[in-house]
Design a protein around this ligand. Structure first.
Ligand code: ADP
Length: 158
């Protein structure tokens, strides 16, 4: 079984890594997809996000990282994946995630969305929170992989 895990990853956090590791245990191959054409204004460029993600998952053999534009279902199809992985943190994630999953299924009934619930210790964690903690220099190392902690601090120094 092959799956894709799409997101903005601006930047990748330990919450994402938890979802990546756990799904890599279930599927044969996992392709993490960084969405290029996103309405959100990212802090990190595509190249920076790609580098940080690749560094963070380099020890997991069945995980690759790519960037993509357009719809997740097309990204899944292009990669021969029948499953889209998403992480659920809090109730508020549920509404939007369910909407996205229903739309995707109506367009592409052959592709399933699979939700993993967040690890409890990461249930509060988002890329936005990580950036805020880094801004106040309040211990971002606990929230993001070392390569991200370094990069994020560099950003705020500038
Ligand atoms: P998007 O902008 O598509 O929501 P994100 O990079 O914020 O992209 O998140 C990608 C996926 O990872 C989403 O399914 C999101 O719910 C999930 N996710 C984000 N943070 C966590 C976390 N701390 N624990 C579990 N899942 C998470």
């Amino acid at each position: 079984m092959k799956a894709v895990y799409p997101g903005s990853f601006d930047p990748v956090t330990y919450g994402h890594i938890d979802i990546i590791k756990r799904s890599a245990n279930i599927v044969d191959e996992l392709v993490v997809g960084i969405l290029v054409n996103n309405s959100k204004k990212p802090m990190f460029t595509m190249e920076e996000r790609l580098y940080m993600l690749r560094e963070s998952v380099k020890d997991i053999p069945n995980v690759t990282v790519k960037t993509f534009e357009g719809m997740t279902i097309d990204f899944a199809r292009d990669n021969g994946a029948k499953v889209i992985i998403r992480g659920l943190r809090v109730i508020s994630d549920y509404e939007t995630e369910m909407q996205i999953a229903q739309v995707n299924r109506s367009i592409a009934p052959d592709i399933e969305t699979m939700f993993l619930s967040t690890g409890l210790e990461y249930s509060f964690l988002s890329s936005t929170i990580a950036k805020e903690v880094a801004y106040y220099d309040a211990g971002v190392e606990k929230l993001v992989p070392p390569v991200v902690a370094t990069k994020i601090k560099e950003k705020f120094k500038k």
